[in-house]
Design a binder for this molecule. Structure first.
Ligand SMILES: *Cc1c(COP(=O)(O)O)cnc(C)c1O
Length: 378
């Protein structure tokens, strides 16, 4: 990719706030029991923020261990200088086992059979075993002690960790809190049984962002924060409940290419979906759905900040451009900067807003911000 100062903030870009990232690392660290380390989730290009910027900064902040989704992501994180555990959380095809070895990645084994497949490669791969405590995604059944112990005793692997994943930790509903505690207690009982069986050297980890904020006492050796590290929670409700002290790391901005007047009754954009009900001014914004702006924010569903004021999206979002209704907002000019996520003057748009308006969560919106956006420190 062409990365040059000349291209920075050229059209549509992501600005990352170093201070916010540092703050979030300290806020999360302050919650952890002694001996428990952050192993942040930097999968999906660090939740869209840009792994190339985020990983080196986390290294500078003393983070050594990372979680990713795929072997390729793991290779990238290792190449960026990660010197601790780089755990691949997802499934890896046997064709890529050599990649695991070459970049000294730790692969998740989904169950005893998955562990056997990894052992059969004869590469002495590093492995953490996933244990299913109720989510029923990846993991060997927590109740199958023999299968778990069997996997852990396989020859030809370096298995040095077990972990589980929480599915309701971000919910305050009493039944979800009960379920989460039950997941954590199951995992705790398993860890105790493994210690009794002479398998006490294993590293354990269970907590995602919601888990760290609501159940920090179950820390173990590592925690795996994703969304909280980036200073937002999945929804505004979670942010209210759990997010205190975290600051958003990412702002999304784009330039205005043109401003024009349209007369009452005229349409604009594809399908002429925008209809001017009065004499209006439209601005053409240099970002579209190919950059990750959800198209369902069209026709006034979404809004942006311009000169500190909110302006609605006008008509249908295009692949690379978007119209804004800037009627009545003073000083809007071609070359001006618009904020889609982040602060502008007194006002702010949290990533949860466009996420919720498009029927999703901030995790999805952020992780889909495309490679075409430039990523810079603010
Ligand atoms: C993505 C992921 C995380 C991070 O989740 P957040 O809710 O973003 O903190 C942790 N563990 C696993 C297994 C994951 O897949």
């Amino acid at each position: 990719m062409i990365q040059d100062k000349l291209f920075r903030r050229g059209r549509a870009w992501i600005e990352l706030d170093r201070g916010a990232l540092e703050n979030n690392v300290s806020v999360l660290r302050a919650r952890l029991p002694d001996g428990c380390a952050l192993m942040p989730a930097v999968k999906a290009n660090a939740y869209g923020h840009g792994a190339e910027l985020i990983v080196p900064e986390l290294l500078r902040l003393g983070v050594h261990d990372f979680c990713v989704a795929t072997a390729q992501e793991g290779a990238e994180v290792r190449s960026l200088g990660a010197d601790g555990t780089v755990l691949v959380l997802g499934w890896t095809a046997p064709e890529q086992y050599a990649l695991l070895r070459e970049f000294d990645l730790t692969q998740t084994a989904a169950d005893l059979d998955g562990a056997r497949a990894l052992a059969a490669a004869g590469l002495n791969l590093r492995v953490h075993l996933a244990v299913d405590t109720g989510m029923h995604r990846l993991g060997e059944d927590c109740g199958s002690f023999e299968r778990i112990a069997g996997a852990l005793r396989l020859k030809g692997l370096q298995i040095d960790g077990i972990f589980t994943h929480l599915c309701c930790a971000d919910s305050a509903a009493p039944e979800d809190a009960d379920f989460t505690r039950e997941q954590l207690n199951r995992f705790g009982r398993l860890s105790a049984s493994l210690r009794s069986a002479g398998l006490g050297h294993l590293k354990t980890h269970a907590l995602n962002s919601g888990g760290i904020l609501a159940y920090p006492e179950y820390g173990g050796d590592f925690v795996r924060p994703g969304i909280a590290l980036y200073g937002v929670m999945s929804s505004a409700r979670d942010t209210l409940r759990l997010g205190s002290g975290l600051h958003p790391v990412l702002s999304l901005r784009a330039k205005i290419a043109q401003v024009r007047a349209v007369h009452a009754g005229e349409g604009a954009g594809y399908g002429l979906d925008f209809r001017a009900v009065r004499e209006s001014r439209l601005a053409v914004l240099t970002i579209g759905y190919a950059d990750g702006l959800p198209r369902c924010l069209s026709n006034g569903a979404g809004r942006v900040l311009i000169n500190g004021r909110f302006a609605p999206i006008a008509g249908r979002i295009c692949m690379d451009q978007t119209l804004l209704d800037v009627t009545g907002i003073p000083g809007v000019q071609a070359g001006g900067t618009v904020t889609l996520i982040g602060r502008d003057g007194e006002n702010e748009i949290n990533a949860c807003e466009p996420a919720e308006l498009s029927g999703s969560i901030s995790n999805e919106l952020l992780s889909r911000l495309s490679a075409r956006l430039e990523r810079v420190w603010s």
